[in-house]
Design a protein around this ligand. Structure first.
Ligand SMILES: Cc1cc2nc3c(=O)[nH]c(=O)nc-3n(C[C@H](O)[C@H](O)[C@H](O)COP(=O)(O)O)c2cc1C
Length: 190
């Protein structure tokens, strides 16, 4: 049981063509420890959160909740919008926490990465996102920081992460994320 493949769900808070954060998720998929996989859930079709639409849940929201519940770990790649996470990501997170009493994020192991053309590399958004994750009862793996600042210089023309230091940090974070998910699963099985 403890050796079963660890399934990571990657969610980027941007739907932009050429999004650095979607590229960062693709880079994370290249740095996985053995025995783990990463699938990406795209937010293009997600409606904006609205409580009056909770019953029944929109199909896209049910898809998101099923993907989260079927994963062992969550990897968020967050843009920074006005010193916070993007509206698209917050809305998706809010949907996943609803309806009341059916919080799909609860108990999931999660980590955060982020990319931005600016120098700070989403540090403010990442701090806020970790607070939100704690409020959702997620188990947050917070080190090492993967802050991909000056993103235009860190990704190549084909979208690959060419910065060696960022790639190494990404690998370390993925290793810790998978190890934590395994440890939790092992604990739960005992
Ligand atoms: C509304 C808005 C606000 C932004 N605010 C910030 C910011 O506070 N800090 C930052 O580093 N970049 C900021 N940016 C620039 C984004 O980091 C940049 O657009 C980035 O490429 C978004 O991520 P993506 O490439 O995954 O779409 C902002 C962009 C937008 C559209």
């Amino acid at each position: 049981m403890a050796d079963r493949n660890v399934k990571i769900l990657g969610i980027a808070g941007s739907t932009r063509d050429g999004s650095f954060n979607r590229m960062a998720l693709a880079a994370a998929a290249q740095q996985l420890p053995s025995g783990s996989t990463l699938e990406v859930f795209e937010l293009h079709e997600m409606p904006l959160y609205a409580q009056q639409h909770e019953t029944p849940l929109p199909a896209e929201v049910s898809d998101l909740k099923a993907a989260v519940e079927g994963a062992d770990a969550i990897l968020f790649a967050t843009p920074e919008h006005n010193a916070s996470i993007s509206a698209a990501l917050k809305s998706a997170i809010d949907w996943g926490s609803r309806p009341m009493g059916h919080n799909s994020w609860a108990g999931k192991v999660g980590a955060v990465i982020g990319a931005s053309p600016g120098a700070l590399g989403t540090v403010r958004a990442q701090g806020q996102l970790r607070q939100i994750m704690a409020a959702l009862d997620m188990v947050v793996v917070s080190q090492p920081d993967v802050l991909i600042g000056s993103a235009r210089d860190k990704f190549g023309m084909n979208g690959s992460l060419v910065d060696e230091k960022a790639r190494a940090l990404l690998g370390q974070l993925m290793t810790r994320l998978v190890a934590t998910a395994r440890a939790l699963r092992q604990g739960a099985a005992q």
